[in-house]
Design a protein around this ligand. Sequence first.
Ligand code: NAD
Length: 481
Amino acid sequence: MFKLQNYINGELVAPNSNDYIDNYNPSTGKIYSLIPDSDSSDVKAAVKAAKHAFPKWSLTPKEKRSAIMLKIVELINKNYDKLAEAEAIDNGKPMWLAQKVDIARAASNFEFFATAILHFASEAHMMEDKYVNYTRRDPLGVVGCISPWNLPLYLFTWKIAPAIAAGNCVVAKPSEVTPMTAYLLSEICIEAGLPAGVLNIVHGLGPKVGAEISENDAICAVSFTGGTSTGAQIARVAAPKFKKLSLELGGKNPNIIFDDCDFDKMLATTMASSFANQGQICLCGSRIFVQRGIYDKFKTAFVEKVSKRRVSHSLDSNAQQGAVVSKSHMEKVLSYVELAKEEGGTVLTGGTQVHLEGEYAGGYYIRPTVIEGLSFDCRTNQEEIFGPVVTIMPFDTEEEVLMMANSTEYGLAATVWTENLTRAHRIANELDSGIVWINCWLVRDLRTPFGGTKNSGVGREGGFEALKFFTEPKNVCISVG
Ligand code: NAD
């Protein structure tokens, strides 16, 4: 059985404990590799390597850091299909999706920040002719990056790339549920000539590896993406140590459809925004509010399309939807369908496990599910499900839909469908949300701020926001009078 290894001080190494965790293929339900069950001693070794590498890396000219990162991009592109297949097998998503989204984005994350750092300028503030202020932006030192399983390499590199571009050294932990592409990235970093200790990847469980990253005094900032309760746990540990924190957390995003929308475009995009990546994207719209004038038309067309969606294993090129990431996650998602029924909901399509045949019989497949008849404030409509399950609800007025859309503890992303430009701006203004898409979904310009309000997080990633997070401003004031 293939054993993944940690990447510490430029080398691939076994965990100190020599213990391993089973890694499952969600498409088959079978164990197919072993993950280091690292502990705090492995994290400490990674921190030591990062501390040692920091002075040199932080003083390496940004053009040179950029060139090494562009070499990583080249190698990601060279290994494109291998990475996409690994991601699909590890996560359960269709391989075409890993090709189109995950690996493409991992390459562009490195490329974007390798070039962004060349344009990241200091600010200067003149005080008449007497004083000049300039603001240095220095790297922080050793930083921690912790990422989830839904977009494994995509979100891992979204943190690592700005951190190392800005001159920091990193101790990173991918999700133990989907560690494979992070392991392949360590091989790529070695081949690209990234100096030892600049990036260290420690595999293992959250309460062991993640907890040590949050706690370790030599790690001065933590960039985390994952669930809201894990984010709260990290904040409890890291905040009293005054570490910088960037927390990208859960969501329960509204998709608001007005009756004047471009119906066909809305319908096609709503299929994707509901079920892409098995509904396991923090930006998926899980609560669909439809204005009453087109509610029945939408319901009929949507349910028909959803019921035809092909669920299959990740290597089936015709799969529109793959397996959800784990058995426990499948059980959690299906338990929400039962809860929805108890809360008075009607399952219009889906709601059950899909059983494939042959070697895929043990896989974790769920039929895409549409539920109606629920109140906006029931648990099904308030709690994050993070699977291929959406609810549909009618509304009459803007005030009513805004109240329902803003009623959850979350505020990550929202989608609005209307041809009325004034209304679109008005609604965007009133939504409690870090991101609003109007007549589109998941369109990402990497320069824009990314993140949520309320319990969806603290801080923003993306563009210069990320470079600001990974640097410390220092103002220098000079008398020139
Ligand atoms: P999770 O919180 O269970 O795990 C995320 C990471 O944190 C994993 O690497 C895990 O090992 C680690 N971890 C667990 N316990 C820890 C601890 N005590 N200390 C430190 N680290 C710990 O989340 P998940 O199930 O992997 O991912 C799904 C969640 O991520 C969903 O809630 C989803 O909305 C969220 N998410 C948010 C965004 C965003 O940008 N806002 C993007 C993707 C996913």
